[in-house]
Design a protein around this ligand. Structure first.
Ligand code: SAM
Ligand code: SF4
Length: 328
């Protein structure tokens, strides 16, 4: 098993397929995108498969494909097919813009759950945050995936004075739809203009929900290693969740490890330290010692940013890449 020095067993691998994206969410990407790694520095479909197989050999049973936008990668179908041959639960996080065309591929390869990011239910606000005019496409895709029988989760990054007024509208979507609406606290990364004042905290979300649905809020059981705290409104079909990496992190049960599109292992989303897997792989050397070293260096909490002061220190954010190049 891939165990770190705090006894946490790592069974969940998130693989970023690309640094590219067809949206430009302000909290994730600069307007003009980020400098991209040369193509030959990125993992090929075969290299992704080989690396993933090694993780599966040591206990990984869940793989999520992310990015950038995973579906912009031309060989996305090939990668999905290769990974579907492994004994893992496969998941995908996407902005939904291209997802419709892949429905048959996802079904054929056993993908049952899809996470789609949508930060506003208003076309103009969606366009403001993503800097692209794709609201209708994404909204229709969410409905289509539900109709096609997928379990659909929505990711919403909450930002003060921007979309916090939509918390209740998002929760109301779960009244007669079997959706999971996940509110994510805005996190600091290189160049994303993060500021504690822009944060909508877990407590603020719960206060708003309790005010709007008095005595109707039910706490649900969380799955082991869940990074979200799960709730529902009594009588509603769907549920909602809060991912509070900033105010109430879930590091003590973390089972996640990440690989960037250029084949570097990150032992934590918040950690600036990276461990290349692609270099030894291409040199014909074993990658297990690198994986073990990355786990030995994993901090107990948020890549070592274990106090609010450290989290608010911009110097520490800039040691980490932007979210789009880590793979969220
Ligand atoms: N492009 C895909 C998407 O948007 O779903 C996958 C990659 S994206 C980096 C993965 C998730 O990270 C998205 O739900 C996005 O909203 C979230 N994310 C990006 N930057 C974030 C930040 N600064 N704080 C919190 N969540 C963030
Ligand atoms: Fe692209 Fe996803 Fe980042 Fe938005 S959050 S810019 S969709 S990678």
């Amino acid at each position: 098993m891939l165990t770190d020095s705090f006894g946490r067993k790592h069974t969940y691998l998130r693989i970023s397929l690309t640094e590219k994206c067809n949206l430009r969410c302000t909290y994730c990407m600069p307007a003009n995108g980020i400098p991209l790694s040369p193509r030959e520095h990125l993992m090929s479909a075969d290299e992704i498969h080989t690396i993933a197989k090694e993780f599966v050999r040591f206990g990984v049973n869940k793989i999520r494909l992310t990015g950038g936008e995973p579906m912009v990668r031309k060989d996305f179908p090939l990668i999905l097919e290769k990974l579907a041959s492994l004994p893992v639960e496969l998941g995908i996080t996407t902005n939904g813009v291209l997802a419709e065309r892949f429905i048959p591929l996802l079904k054929d390869n056993g993908v049952k759950t899809i996470t789609i990011s949508i930060d506003s239910l208003h076309k103009d606000k969606f366009e403001k945050i993503t800097r692209r005019n794709e609201f209708e496409k994404v909204w229709n895709t969410i409905q289509l995936f539900q109709k096609e029988g997928f379990k659909v989760k929505l990711n919403i990054v909450l930002i003060k004075n921007f979309n916090e007024d939509e918390i209740i509208d998002f929760i109301n979507l779960t009244k007669d739809r079997n959706l999971v609406v996940r509110f994510i606290e805005f996190m600091p990364f290189d160049g994303n203009q993060w500021d504690m004042d822009k944060l909508v905290t877990q407590q603020e979300i719960l206060d708003k929900v309790n005010y709007n649905f008095p005595l109707q809020l039910k706490r649900l059981d969380d799955a082991p290693n869940d990074t979200s705290r799960n709730y529902k409104i009594a009588g509603y079909i769907g549920s909602f969740a809060i991912i509070s990496s900033v105010t109430n992190p879930f590091c003590d049960t973390c089972n996640r490890i990440r690989i960037t599109a250029d084949g570097k292992l990150k032992n934590c989303l918040f950690s600036g330290k990276e461990f290349s897997l692609l270099k030894p792989l291409r040199a014909g050397q074993p990658i297990l010692p690198v994986i073990q070293s990355a786990l030995e260096h994993k901090f107990a909490t948020r890549g070592g940013m274990d106090t609010p002061e450290k989290l608010e220190n911009p110097e520490l954010h800039s040691k980490n890449r932007s979210m789009t190049s880590i793979g969220g």
